[in-house]
Design a protein around this ligand. Structure first.
Ligand code: ZN
Length: 310
C-alpha cells in the first residue's frame, strides 16, 4: 500500500466560455485565479486555475474553456461532484449568495453527517459546499466573502461508477481507507491528508456511461510532496499493471496520468514547484503565462485567445 498520496491536488474540467468561467469562480465563489496559461497540449485554449492565495495543492480547480464544446452528458466513469470545504455555520450565507447571483440547482442536504449545499456551475458542473468544522486552511478573501465564509479548498469529490469494485481496490492501494457506507455510496478518506481528503464512490450498475463535454471533469489529480515520491508511486502503479505516462513537466507541478478501470482519468501531481514560481504572489493569475516552448508564438496565441476581463 502506498503512503505518498496526501489527498487531492487539483480537479480539471471543461467549460464553454472562459469569461463566464473566470467570473463564476472568482466573483461568485470568491476563489483566486492563481494562473492564466494555456493548455500545454493545445495552446489555442486557455488553462485557468482557481484556488486559495497561492494555489495550495488541494484547493485548485482548473478549467480548459473550449469555445465550441458541446455540453457533457453525465453518467458513469467520471467524477460526479467536486466538494469545497466551507466553515461551520456558513451554509446559509452561501445559500443566500448563490441564490441572489442566479446559481442553478441549489439544494441543501446532509450526507455522511455533513451539511452540504449542492449547486451547478455555468456548464451544469456538479459542485457542493460542505460545512467542515476542523479545517485549519485559510480561504482567499473576497470583497464580500470574509474568513467566516470563504472556501478553504476542496473537501473531496465523488465518482460515479458502473462497478466500483476495482476502484475500491485501487483507492485502498493508493492509501485510502473506507470510512463509511450508505446505500449505493461508499466513503473513503486518506489519513494524514492535506484537507482534500474524501472520495465518495457512487455505484450505479444500471446507468449509462458519461459523454465528456462542457461541465465534465476531465481528470482528477492526487497530491504527492515531490518528484521522488511521484516516482515511487509511478513504479508501484506500473508494478500493479497500470499503464502510467512518463513524468510530464507542467511548469507548476510534475504530472503522471493513468486511466482507472471504471474510466476515470487519474493524475498524480507534485506539490513542487508551485504557482508562484514565475509570478509574484501579489499578482498571480493576472498575466498570460506560457510554457517556454510557446513563448516564440506568444503574439499568435494572444490573438487566438479572447481576452478575459477581471
Ligand atoms: Zn491535471
Amino acid at each position: 500500500m502506498l503512503t505518498q498520496i496526501k489527498g487531492l491536488h487539483h480537479v480539471t474540467s471543461m467549460a464553454a466560455n472562459a469569461q463566464v468561467n473566470s467570473d463564476f469562480f472568482t466573483k461568485t465563489l470568491g476563489l483566486r485565479r492563481v494562473k492564466k496559461t494555456v493548455n500545454f497540449d493545445a495552446p489555442d485554449v486557455y488553462h485557468l486555475y482557481y484556488g486559495d492565495e497561492v494555489g495550495t495543492p488541494g484547493s485548485v480547480m482548473t478549467y480548459f474553456p473550449f469555445p465550441h464544446i458541446a455540453p457533457g452528458r453525465p453518467g458513469t466513469g467520471e467524477v460526479g461532484e467536486t466538494y469545497f470545504a466551507i466553515p461551520k455555520g456558513s451554509i446559509d450565507f452561501w445559500k443566500g449568495r448563490l441564490d441572489t447571483l442566479g446559481v442553478k440547482d441549489i439544494n441543501e442536504t446532509e450526507v455522511f453527517g455533513e451539511k452540504r449545499l449542492r449547486f451547478s456551475g455555468p456548464d451544469k458542473d456538479g459542485f457542493s459546499l460542505v460545512e467542515v468544522d476542523s479545517d485549519k486552511r485559510d480561504g482567499w478573501l473576497h470583497d464580500d466573502i470574509g474568513a467566516a465564509e470563504a472556501i478553504k479548498g476542496f473537501h473531496g469529490a465523488s465518482m460515479r461508477l458502473q462497478d466500483d469494485g476495482a476502484m475500491r481496490e485501487l483507492l485502498g492501494f493508493m492509501g485510502y481507507e473506507k470510512v463509511d457506507q450508505k446505500a449505493e455510496w461508499t466513503r473513503f478518506a486518506i489519513p494524514g491528508g492535506n484537507g482534500a481528503d474524501f472520495i465518495d464512490l457512487e455505484s450505479l450498475p444500471q446507468a449509462n456511461a458519461a459523454r465528456q463535454g462542457a461541465g465534465s471533469v476531465h481528470h482528477i489529480a492526487f497530491a504527492v510532496e515531490d518528484r521522488a515520491a511521484q516516482l515511487e508511486v509511478r513504479k508501484a502503479l506500473m508494478d500493479t499493471g497500470y499503464q502510467v505516462t512518463p513524468v510530464i513537466d507542467r511548469d507548476y507541478f510534475w504530472a503522471i496520468y493513468f486511466r482507472t478501470p471504471g474510466g476515470v482519468l487519474f493524475e498524480i501531481a507534485t506539490n513542487e514547484p508551485g504557482f508562484d514560481r514565475d509570478e509574484d504572489t501579489a499578482h498571480l493569475g493576472e498575466a498570460l503565462k506560457l510554457p517556454s516552448r510557446y513563448e516564440p508564438h506568444r503574439s499568435q496565441i494572444e490573438e487566438t485567445l479572447s481576452p478575459i476581463n477581471d
